[in-house]
Design a protein around this ligand. Structure first.
Ligand SMILES: [Zn+2]
Length: 190
């Protein structure tokens, strides 16, 4: 995908460049438009530089909450914002397309509401941040059942499976020992 903001080739690239100037070097922006741009560029930065490894849930939640992106875009992006890694190849899949579209949408929202460029920002995108998800190291599932066990972070199902496998091994070892013992007895009898 070549037409990206990170390739300097986004749909509203000139406006993006202008609006990004509203963003402070660090911390929240003093104006609403600056905080919206800060949020959407955090998503892009994380996609292109960290494979979505950082917690960007605050950014995507704020953009929806303040009406800069649709529920649909939020729905596509949100699952990748709490630690689930992006495993695509940046060739225009649904996540990459959604983040680019979120950028278009945020800029269009600001252009439609120019007062946002001067309106005092009372928020910080991190206010909307959710907790990081924990994934099962075995199957990759994420749910409330994932916990720390003898085998690392595992879900209940995988932990049961590991336990079954260990019991099976133990049983085989015992059967083998029993077989050897019987053989020894037979040898002694002979
Ligand atoms: Zn699992």
């Amino acid at each position: 995908m070549d037409n990206t903001y990170w390739n300097d080739n986004g749909k509203h690239q000139a406006e993006y460049k202008r609006l990004i100037e509203l963003m402070p070097g660090s911390g929240a922006s003093t104006v609403v438009a600056g905080e919206l741009i800060r949020a959407v560029s955090r998503l892009g930065y994380d996609l292109y530089n960290n494979g979505m490894g950082n917690n960007t849930s605050g950014a995507v939640n704020m953009l929806r909450e303040l009406g800069a992106i649709s529920d649909e875009l939020h729905y596509t992006i949100h699952p990748y914002t709490r630690g689930r890694l992006y495993e695509g190849n940046y060739a225009g899949d649904s996540l990459q397309s959604a983040i680019e579209a979120a950028c278009d949408s945020t800029i269009e929202h600001i252009l439609a509401h120019p007062e946002l460029e001067t309106e005092t920002n009372m928020h910080d995108m991190f206010e909307w941040q959710e907790e990081e998800e924990i994934f099962c190291e075995e199957c990759g599932d994420s749910n409330d059942d994932v916990q720390w066990s003898l085998w690392g972070h595992t879900c209940r199902d995988c932990e049961d499976e590991f336990e079954r496998a260990e019991e099976e091994e133990e049983r085989e070892r015992e059967e083998e020992e029993e077989r050897m013992r019987l053989e020894d007895e037979e040898d002694e009898d002979a």
